[in-house]
Design a protein around this ligand. Structure first.
Ligand code: KIV
Length: 275
């Protein structure tokens, strides 16, 4: 079944859970699409897991377009949401619409995601008015890491919790079709989920959300720099990859790879004619 922003909204109405994963390349996107996952996010987490930066702040529009376009070639049924990188929308409503347009035209995204609440509602409204669906992102918004003073759970106290609930209502009002809730207490995420009409997609926000998203390197144990509490490792692919790389090195060194079945043949009498 083809996933669209409309099927996302229908899923919420029917009480059906939505699954999303990040992807940054063609072959991973193809596997995720074949697995029937509802949505792929080309997250600016590519700064961490693909480009090796400490945070997402250095990621550019060109990075996002390049990876989004690669992912788009691997999918048929999955909804493709692409992150707007740091400073591609905060600067002005005009910049936000132009850059969202580039992610759709050049990155072939079906929708864009941006971080923030009331302060970015004019941008959300303008992008939606340009017929580009927007997913909002509240709670721990990694582009604000310097303002937060680090990566920590958001919305634990009454004032902070009320602010996130108000922001969820505001981004819905501005026209967002969904909202990611990152690293907020489970009970707050559940309260937000029942208080708004658009799907909530949780990451570190408990099972009360309408859907879940994970960075695929985290859930496959391929990224060892950190393991947040909310991550469940559904496979040990990092260890399997390392073991395969080591086996390859060993066989190359021993001369057992390539074997006969990996080689191409010719009439070897021809070799005598070579000089
Ligand atoms: O960039 C990203 O991967 C994200 C998810 C963590 C939601 O924004």
């Amino acid at each position: 079944m083809k996933n669209t922003v409309v099927t996302f909204q229908e899923a919420k109405q029917k009480g059906e859970k939505l699954s999303m994963l990040t992807a940054y390349d063609y072959s991973t996107a193809k596997l995720i699409d074949e697995a029937g996952i509802n949505g792929i996010l080309v997250g600016d987490s590519l700064g961490n897991v693909i480009l090796g930066y400490e945070n997402t702040l250095s990621v550019t529009m060109e990075d996002m377009i390049h990876h989004s376009a690669a992912v788009s070639r691997g999918i048929t049924d999955t909804l493709l949401v692409t992150d707007m990188p740091f400073m591609s929308y905060q600067t002005s409503v005009y910049d936000a619409v132009v850059n969202a347009g580039r992610l759709v035209k050049e990155g072939h995204a079906h929708a864009v995601k941006l971080e923030g609440g009331k302060e970015v509602c004019p941008q959300i409204k303008a992008i939606v008015d340009a017929s580009i669906p927007v997913c909002a992102h509240l709670g721990l918004t990694p582009q604000s890491v310097n303002a937060f003073g680090g990566f920590r759970v958001q919305g634990k106290g009454e004032e902070a919790a009320q602010k996130i609930l108000d922001e969820a209502r505001a981004v819905e009002e501005a026209g967002a079709f969904a909202v990611v809730l990152e690293c907020v207490p489970q009970a707050l995420a559940a309260k937000i989920t029942e208080s708004i009409g658009i799907p909530t997609i949780g990451i570190g926000a408990g099972a009360g959300c309408d859907g879940q998203i994970l960075v695929y390197q985290d859930m496959l144990a391929m990224y060892s720099n950190m393991k947040p509490k909310f991550v469940k490792q559904f496979g040990q692919i990092g260890e399997q990859m390392k073991a395969a790389f080591q086996e390859y090195k060993k066989e190359v060194e021993e001369g057992t790879y390539p074997a006969e079945e990996h080689t191409f043949k010719m009439d070897e009498t021809l070799l005598d004619k070579l000089y």
